[in-house]
Design a protein around this ligand. Structure first.
Ligand SMILES: [Zn+2]
Length: 371
């Protein structure tokens, strides 16, 4: 089995990057561009986006993206693009907007530049798009022919998004090292089709170290409207380190349990990274991880306002039958990453680990917060 690492060709992060998108397109040799933009971001940054392409004399067509990233919509936009275009697809917005840009670039066989405007998940760097049926249900994962050509993260734009989204991204990033480590131990095949590389594992470790070192300061700074080194480090951890770490290091119990939780409509208002954060604590308990490691991860979640109890996920800890629905699904859904764990995991073990995480979380919540 080969070891494989995927990565965007270029990753650029800085302040004011949204005004340089035209120059980045020019550097990639694009003669024209089609931008798919989130309506809120367009209302705030329309001037910067247009003038960055105007000043490079790159014709820009702009599509406001609303609704679902479905195959029908992606193929429609791809078909509308000029055949034989030397253009570049540009996605500017949150996860679904970026998925749409990825899917359009795939169907139109054109390069893609992704501009994440929130750091709530680690999906921007991956060679995967999630397609939905029009009403909002997941249709399928679309594996792309190649990783994004360019990912441009504007830290000032990301820092201006609601702080809950940055915290959720920290929850998604928290799982990365533990899942990559589990895959490394089991020799699991990642979504690249190979086993993980030492490089992906090292990036995942750096992701965790960065969260623990700078997470608290970054949240404080974003709340105060400051863009600091701590904020830059967390944006890199949430988007790049976690992105490479999950795709090429592999997913395991934390995302398997997350996927199970998505079946419970009580959790519907809970963000991806918030569910992943709690599921990470469950994975550590399943692994019988060192006490210090479990405590450190749980205290991090509490500090970041991420769920440490079932109640914070909207669930009733005494309704074991209901929790079993998620535990069961986490172990048995098609292609569940639970099978990447270094040992077999049963739904009963997941249920017990969820209850144990909840019990520990309740103790943590009853203690004064370290500030
Ligand atoms: Zn995730």
């Amino acid at each position: 089995m080969p070891q494989i690492i995927y990565s965007p060709s270029k990753y650029i992060q800085g302040s004011g990057e949204i005004a340089r998108l035209g120059a980045y397109c020019r550097d990639m040799g694009a003669k024209e561009a089609c931008a798919i933009v989130d309506p809120y971001i367009l209302s705030k940054y329309e001037q910067e986006i247009w003038s960055s392409f105007d000043s490079e004399c790159i014709p820009l067509s702009l599509q406001v993206f609303q609704g679902e990233c479905s195959q029908v919509q992606a193929e429609r936009i791809a078909a509308e693009l000029y055949q034989g275009s030397k253009g570049m697809i540009v996605g500017i917005g949150g996860g679904k907007t970026l998925d749409m840009a990825k899917a359009v670039s795939h169907f139109a066989s054109l390069p893609v530049m992704l501009v994440p405007t929130v750091a709530s998940t680690d999906a921007a760097c991956s060679a995967l798009a999630v397609l939905y049926h029009e009403p909002g249900e997941i249709d399928r994962y679309l594996p792309l022919r190649r990783s994004p050509d360019l990912v441009v993260a504007d830290v000032t734009v990301i820092a201006g998004a609601p702080v809950r989204l940055l915290a959720a991204g920290m929850g998604d990033a928290l799982s990365t090292y533990y899942e990559a480590r589990a895959c490394h131990r089991s020799g699991a095949v990642t979504s690249t089709g190979g086993t993980g590389t030492l490089a992906a594992l090292a990036l995942a470790r750096t992701c965790l170290d960065t969260l623990l070192a700078d997470g608290r300061q970054a949240l404080e700074d974003v709340r105060a409207g400051r863009v600091t080194a701590a904020v830059e480090h967390i944006v890199e951890a949430n988007i790049y380190l976690s992105g490479i770490g999950f795709e090429s290091g592999g997913l395991a119990a934390a995302h398997a349990i997350h996927n199970g939780l998505t079946l419970l409509e009580e959790c519907r208002g809970v963000l991806h990274g918030e569910k992943v954060a709690f599921a990470t604590l469950v994975q550590l308990i399943l692994e019988d991880a060192p006490e210090e490691e479990i405590r450190e991860a749980a205290e991090f979640c509490r500090m970041a306002g991420l769920p440490v109890t079932l109640g914070e996920l909207g669930l009733d800890g005494s309704d074991h039958e209901r929790l079993m629905v998620a535990a069961e699904a986490g172990c048995t859904l098609a292609d569940t990453p639970m099978t990447n764990m270094p040992f077999p995991v049963t739904p009963q073990q997941v249920l017990e680990a969820m209850l144990e995480a909840d019990r520990r979380g309740a103790v943590l919540l009853s203690q004064p917060n370290g500030g």
